[in-house]
Design a binder for this molecule. Structure first.
Ligand SMILES: *Cc1c(COP(=O)(O)O)cnc(C)c1O
Length: 385
């Protein structure tokens, strides 16, 4: 008899039990006002501003949109450069390339898989405008070092905190530390609204322009606040705001953010403890969380020894009905990365880690028994090799 399969991810929707997702959706539908910036969007803004300690949060329809807003706010133009890891999701680089600017890919640290702060200065030249700090797996980049470079060299520090909600660097929320921060509420993230994101506008200097860019380049928000008597096209912009339906689901999720995060961290801890022996034997490497970082259990990954070993392990997990996945194809080696970006220095850790990384099933509510079964399949694989 085959055992039930274990999916890679399940969104932590509180439907039918502890959550308010359906209640809030009904509230929106009853009022017949589904367009953006209604009461639920405002509540989400307030929640993010108070919990993440940022002066201004703006919901967007995705983290991709928040990253694009960051690139517009940074005034990126053709010829400008933005330093970022090659080991990231495509949206970080697209935001830059869409402005006609050039993503400059540098290597990651082999411990946290975040961009190596020690390689940033060597990649800076007079065209450099910003640094994109991507917090992989909800584990923070070295933000003090990066902010120090940004201030000395007069660059913007932009956080791609798509994976970082509820994670911290030295007691501060990820996304709230750089000049601008982007969050994702995509269904595959920890806190979800189907598609969704937010821009954290940490630097007061950007507040007015961020509102304008999000409202199709108009000063509509100032108009609605009675600050001006007609609204008009004043800048570049697009429609970046989500509907109230998304905001309603998101608000219900945010109310349970602490609970969902701790449930994920518990699963992460179970994996971490279970693979201690295999790590000690030098067969796999577990994630590294620096002492001053609090992570949010977004991803539990292992680094296998080689690409061939990872391929065989993924096949064995699949045969056991366990969905495990890998990512990212390094952007510097992807067709669009070669066309729109350039590399600075060697990217040896990026290439090596992306060939050896596998992500194990993790969600709030996966049972300890399922985790134990996954662990057993992996130990069994290594015992036979
Ligand atoms: C998920 C993710 C994104 C994109 O988020 P969307 O909300 O789907 O647009 C961007 N960057 C990173 C690092 C991500 O993990």
């Amino acid at each position: 008899m085959s055992k039930p399969s274990i999916p890679y991810h399940q969104p932590a929707l509180g439907i039918g039990h502890e959550g308010n997702e359906l209640v809030y959706l009904q509230e929106v539908l009853k009022t017949r006002q589904m367009m953006g910036d209604g009461p639920f969007t405002k509540r989400c803004h307030q929640w993010l501003e108070s919990h993440l300690q940022t002066p201004k949060a703006l919901l967007t329809h995705s983290c991709t949109a928040a990253l694009e807003m960051s690139a517009l706010l940074a005034d990126l133009r053709p010829g400008d450069e933005v330093i970022m890891p090659s080991f990231t999701f495509v949206s970080t680089a697209n935001a830059v390339a869409l402005r006609g600017a050039t993503p400059v890919f540098i290597d990651i640290r082999p411990d946290t898989l975040n961009l190596d702060e020690n390689l940033v200065e060597a990649a800076i030249n007079p065209r450099t405008k910003a640094i994109f700090a991507v917090h992989y797996a909800g584990i923070s980049c070295e933000l003090d070092a990066l902010m120090d470079i940004a201030e000395r060299r007069k660059l913007l520090l932009l956080e791609d905190a798509a994976q970082g909600l509820m994670a911290e660097y030295k007691g501060r929320a990820l996304g709230s530390i750089g000049h601008l921060g982007s969050l994702s509420f995509h269904e595959t993230k920890n806190i979800v609204s189907g598609e969704g994101g937010a821009l954290l506008v940490n630097s007061a200097h950007f507040h007015d322009r961020a509102e304008i860019i999000r409202e199709k380049g108009t000063n509509r928000r100032q108009f609605l606040r009675g600050q001006i008597d007609k609204y008009t096209w004043v800048d570049l912009g697009s429609s970046y705001l989500p509907s109230e339906l998304n905001a309603a689901v998101l608000m219900a999720q945010l109310e349970r953010a602490r609970e969902i995060t701790s449930a994920r961290v518990e699963v992460w801890n179970q994996y971490y403890a279970a693979f201690a022996d295999l790590d000690a034997q030098g067969r796999v490497k577990r994630p590294t969380v620096p002492k001053h970082c609090v992570h949010n259990g977004h991803i539990f990954y292992l680094l296998a020894g080689t690409l061939e070993e990872r391929t065989a392990l993924l096949a064995q997990l699949k045969a056991a009905g366990i969905a495990s996945v890998f990512h990212y194809i390094p952007l510097h080696s992807a067709p669009a990365g070669r066309k729109y970006g350039r590399t600075a220095g060697t990217l040896a850790h990026t290439d090596s880690c992306s060939e050896r990384l596998l992500r194990l099933p993790l969600w709030a509510g996966i049972t300890a028994g399922d985790v134990a079964r996954i662990v057993e399949v992996i130990y069994d694989f290594y015992r036979r090799r």
